[in-house]
Every structure is written in structure tokens, then in C-alpha cells.
Design a binder for this molecule. Structure first.
Ligand code: ADP
Length: 584
């Protein structure tokens, strides 16, 4: 709970109107009658004070508690860094669950399945999202020993998780989110791939197929591959890898679901294989975790580090300082968080994973006048993430010297190779920053803008109209700004086809749909190169993209070292969260 009173001289948080709406609706602490108990300043101080207070128990902190609380406060109100939503909502409150990402095991028995349903409900109630692998469940129609009946299989059990999620609305506002994963060698894989075919089916699930290296090789060679019963690892069938791959591609073309993850690659990067195998990720795919593991995320806002006076336009020293403070913040969050299960507390304490990432990348490119779909942008992406990765590792090393390494360190890949010691088994993850980017008023994650001006439907049908401020400024500078131009941009979202604007502007101010799919993927791969965990990214495709285009994206994702891919073909699904005037 908050231990420090609100200082009178705290600077105000400069949040825009959209952020105000979101914060008031979901983030400010409220009394029993629903009236707010704090303002925006109060929210950030509550979080800063609660997270800084964790410092005291180590006894050798280089910061006085109030000084650190102020630094954390400045970090957040300056929108240089924000922790994930559960931390903003729950730090310094009696609930105190601060992590966004969880993975739960689903064992092959009624007890274990329904335990997982219950655990997921507890996590959803606290604002976290859950990922599950259903690969351990016996296939449909397999015999059930105790009753002589037959099993209903992974997909039918997923419906129970889905219904339970539907019923647990988080804190009255945030509905739960799930990831469901099945290995490609599970006998029920075909049913799984098509399980969201019917409208409204499994709406609270993102689904992904875990592709093995063996499967990818079989696709390449045009061979069959083995289907394996998870209980005894017996081969129970074989099928054409190419056929399954084609079905995956077709379903992704039709609806975006399922995505794919490269599970063997993910496990090659598992920092603590002695603690188990990674079977699943969190709901949006950016955070692979062990069963019963949780991770808290945080994101730096790159737009704030634009410095026109710097030689290359970026305040690298400021970014470095922020990364160091953010790592301390996220490490403290681990201790401040109260998890709904002892198994989770134990696993989180053993590995102390944190996931620092970024948002505002597209804004920064606009500010620097670098087109997203350019080699220059890829180079900048690599340089930025290399910096964040390198500095987060050095911050984690410094924390290990101060507080000790993560307890599972000796048996970890770092311990075995004599690297480190580090305080955290992982330090970097690139999250979608769906709400964080609204709060910070910047572009989300590493995504390009969806539209330069658009109306946004948020919560309960409320509508917000927004134009990107960097775009507006550039138009004004170029003397191209007018009301009629802005009307056209709001209708179209993009300026790609507004011929009267100079080419230089049209090249820089690109949106998701203006960018060739392959550039989306190259950007994901550039960031993945320097990220411990995974990268949240959608590869946007135009409505007229073919299944072969998706096949090529999947192949390239594998080749370029991505950990998974999500594609989205424009217009293939009914309800889009963001929409331009011409769109949905
Ligand atoms: P935010 O911007 O709110 O911090 P992100 O969009 O970055 O969140 O998502 C990060 C992770 O938070 C997701 O991958 C998921 O694990 C979790 N998450 C996001 N939205 C929800 C939700 N509605 N319910 C549960 N978990 C969620």
C-alpha cells in the first residue's frame, strides 16, 4: 500500500483528452459509489510510491525512498515509460496483482482441467491475461479409463475456458483474454485449426498452432509427419505437412486465426530449461512463459526521446537512463505484486522475468522523416533495440550485484555458460501497448499508424476522433494543411493516393495499409533480433492479398528468426477496433 503522502509540488501529468477518458474509466481508483478517489496525479504517485517502497527491504538501495518515488513519478508523468495496465490499476491497492501475462498448465485429467479454469478466472479477475497449451490433453474419442467413456478433446474443453472468461468481467471493465495453443503434432490439430470458423466461436481466445522444426522440414520436403498421442508419445497417425500448412494459410487468409508460433525456436531461447519446457505464450503472443509463470511488462515511449538538437535526432543518453530506471522499476514490481496462486509466486520469484519494450516507434520515424518501409528504418530499429537490450542487461547485472541474481540463475543458460549473473532471466519483450499508447498519446508498440486521422471506438461505443500530431505539424510546415485535406484524410486514413501532396511527405507518412507486408515482417525480425522474449506485431495485408502471399510471409518469418507471426488481411473480419471513415 502507498506509504508516502502526495507531495504538494508534484508536477501535473500532461495527458490528452483521450487519455483522460481511458484513465477515468478504467484506471483511477474508485469508491463504492463509483466516484474517483484520486486524480491522474494521484494515480501516478500511488504507483510510484508503492513500487519505490519495495526498495526498503533490500537495505542497500542507492536511492532514498521518496527520491526514488519522485523519479518513478517523473518517468511516468513525462510519458517516458509506463508499466503494463495491471500495475497502473492495482499498485498500492489491496488487490495488488501487477502482472499482465500468465501461462497456466492444462493437465490431462478432470481435476487439472478444472483447476486451470478456476486459476484463469482468478487471474482474469485481477487484470491479467492467460495463455494455455492444450497439447497435453488426450485426443477426442480417446478412451477415458475411469468411466469407460470417450474424451471430448482439447477444442471442446477450450469452450469451457471461453465461457468462464465471458462470465468474469475484470474489475467491471476489462474482459479476460486467453491464448490457446496446440502442437501441430497433436491428433486433433485439424479440428483446432478450424475451431473459430463459426462466428462468435471462442471469442475470448486468440489461437496459435505450435509448429515444430520437424514439421517445417516436412513442409519443405513435401513429406508426411507424425501425429503423436501426448500421453505415451506413441505415433497414432501420419499426415501431409503440406496439406496442414495449406489449411493454416487458408484459415489465416479467411479470418486471421490461427496464428503460428515456432515452438522449438522459443524453447531454444528458454533461459531456464531446468525448470521446464515452454508450451505457450500470453494472449497477444509476445511473452512465452513456463507453466505457472507470470511476467510484468513496461514500455518506453520513443517519441519522447526525439531531440532535434542531437546529431541523429535521438537523445540516446536520456533513453539509456530511462532504461536503467525502468529495469529497477520492473524488478520492484515483481516483489510488489501479489499473485493469485503460490505456484505462480514461486515460479515468478525463481526467474524474475521482466519485459521491457517500447511504443511510439512510428511517431519517432515521422519526427525523423524516415519512411517505415525503408532500410534506414530497419537500421534504426536494430540500433534502438540493441541499445534497450544492452542497457537493460547491464541494469539487470547491476541489480544482481546489489540484490543477488535470480534464484534459478545457477542452473540457467547464463549460469551454465558463466554469463551474468543477472537479476532477471529475461529483460525485454515488445508488447502491443493497446491502452498504454492511448495513455501516452503515442503510436502503439512498433506498429505503423493504422490511419493518420481516424475515429476510434472505445469502451461502450464512445467515439474519439484523432489526427496524428506529427502529421498535422508536418502538413502545416509544408503549407499543405487545410480543413478539406483533413476531411479527406479522415475518410481515407492515408495520404498515399492524395496526388497533390509532395512525394517526400507521402513516403514518410505511411500507414499500416500503405506498407508492403514484407516490410512489416522485416521490421518484426529487426526488433526480434535484440529481444529476449517475443515481439507483438501484425503483418497487415490488403484485402486482395492471396493465400500465396501469406505462405510467403510464413516462410520468411521462419527464415528471418521470428518466434511467431500474426497476419491480418484487411476486411476479413467484421469488427475492427480501429476504423477509418471508409472502413468497417
Ligand atoms: P496494456 O496497453 O493495457 O498494458 P497490451 O495491449 O500491451 O496492454 O497487452 C499486453 C498484455 O496484457 C497482453 O498480451 C495480455 O497478456 C494482457 N492483456 C491485454 N489486454 C487484456 C485483457 N483485456 N484482459 C486480460 N489481459 C489482457
Amino acid at each position: 500500500m502507498t506509504t508516502l503522502p502526495l507531495p504538494v509540488d508534484l508536477p501535473e501529468a500532461a495527458v490528452n483528452a483521450n487519455a483522460q477518458v481511458v484513465l477515468a474509466k478504467r484506471y483511477l481508483m474508485k469508491g463504492p459509489d463509483g466516484s474517483p478517489l484520486e486524480d491522474v496525479r494521484g494515480l501516478f504517485w500511488r504507483v510510484a510510491a508503492a513500487i519505490a517502497a519495495e526498495e526498503a527491504k533490500y537495505g542497500n538501495s542507492p536511492f532514498a525512498p521518496e527520491d526514488l518515488a519522485r523519479r518513478f513519478y517523473d518517468l511516468m508523468v513525462g510519458m517516458r515509460f509506463l508499466p503494463n495496465s495491471p500495475t497502473l490499476m492495482n499498485a498500492g491497492t489491496p488487490l495488488g496483482q501487477l502482472a499482465a501475462c500468465f501461462v497456466l498448465p492444462v493437465g490431462d485429467s478432470m481435476e487439472e482441467i478444472f483447476d486451470a479454469v478456476k486459476f484463469a478466472a482468478l487471474i482474469h479477475k485481477s487484470g491479467g491475461g492467460t495463455g494455455f497449451s492444450f497439447s497435453r490433453l488426450r485426443p477426442k474419442k480417446a478412451r477415458v479409463g475411469s468411466t469407460g467413456g470417450v474424451a471430448s478433446g482439447p477444442v471442446s474443453f477450450m469452450r469451457i475456458f471461453n465461457t468462464a472468461t465471458e462470465q468474469v468481467k475484470q474489475g467491471g471493465t476489462r474482459r479476460g483474454a486467453n491464448m490457446g495453443i496446440l502442437r501441430v503434432d497433436h491428433p486433433d490439430i485439424l479440428e483446432f485449426i478450424t475451431c473459430k470458423e463459426r462466428e462468435n466461436e471462442l471469442q475470448n481466445f486468440n489461437i496459435s498452432v505450435a509448429l515444430t522444426e520437424r514439421f517445417m522440414q516436412a513442409v519443405e520436403k513435401g513429406e508426411d509427419y507424425d501425429l503423436i498421442d501426448p500421453r505415451d508419445k506413441a505415433v497414432v497417425g501420419r499426415q501431409s505437412a503440406a496439406d496442414v500448412f495449406s489449411l493454416l494459410v487458408r484459415k489465416a487468409w479467411e479470418s486471421g486465426d490461427p496464428g503460428i508460433v515456432f515452438i522449438d525456436r522459443i524453447n531454444r531461447d528458454n533461459p531456464t530449461p531446468a525448470l521446464g519446457e515452454i508450451e505457450s505464450t500470453n494472449p497477444c503472443g509476445e511473452q512465452p512463459l513456463l507453466p505457472y509463470e507470470a511476467c510484468n511488462l513496461g514500455s518506453v515511449n520513443l517519441a519522447v526521446f526525439h531531440d532535434p538538437a542531437a546529431p541523429d535526432g535521438i537523445d540516446w543518453a536520456g533513453l539509456t537512463e530511462t532504461v536503467h530506471l525502468a529495469v529497477r522499476f520492473l524488478d520492484n514490481v515483481i516483489d510488489a505484486s501479489r499473485y493469485p496462486l503460490d505456484q505462480i509466486t514461486d515460479m515468478v520469484q525463481a526467474n524474475r522475468k521482466i519485459g521491457l519494450g517500447l511504443m511510439g516507434f512510428a511517431d519517432l520515424l515521422y519526427l525523423l522523416h524516415i519512411p517505415y518501409d525503408s532500410t534506414e528504418a530497419l537500421k534504426l530499429a536494430e540500433r534502438i533495440m540493441d541499445t534497450i537490450q544492452g542497457e537493460s542487461k547491464s541494469a539487470s547485472k547491476a541489480l544482481a550485484a546489489e540484490r543477488g541474481p535470480f534464484p534459478a540463475y545457477p542452473d540457467s543458460i547464463f549460469g551454465k555458460r558463466n554469463l551474468g549473473p543477472y537479476r532477471n532471466a529475461t529483460t525485454t519483450t515488445i508488447a502491443p501497448t493497446g491502452t498504454l499508447s492511448i495513455i501516452a498519446g503515442c503510436s502503439s508498440g512498433i506498429e505503423p499508424l493504422f490511419a493518420l486521422a481516424f475515429s476510434r471506438h472505445v469502451m461502450d461505443g464512445e467515439k474519439l476522433v484523432e489526427a496524428n500530431v506529427h502529421f498535422v505539424n508536418a502538413m502545416k510546415e509544408a503549407g499543405a494543411y487545410s480543413d478539406s485535406l483533413m476531411e479527406e484524410v479522415t475518410r481515407k486514413g492515408s495520404i498515399a493516393h492524395i496526388g497533390m501532396l509532395p512525394d517526400a511527405l507521402r513516403e514518410v507518412f505511411v500507414t499500416a495499409m500503405d506498407i508492403e507486408p514484407v516490410w512489416h515482417l522485416k521490421m518484426q525480425a529487426a526488433f526480434q533480433k535484440y529481444t529476449d522474449n517475443a515481439v507483438s506485431k501484425t503483418v497487415n495485408l490488403p484485402n486482395d492479398a492471396t493465400q500465396d502471399d501469406i505462405r510467403e510471409i510464413y516462410r520468411l518469418a521462419y527464415e528471418l528468426g521470428c518466434k511467431g507471426v500474426t497476419v491480418y488481411r484487411d476486411g476479413c473480419k467484421a469488427g475492427q477496433v480501429l476504423c477509418t471513415g471508409d472502413g468497417a
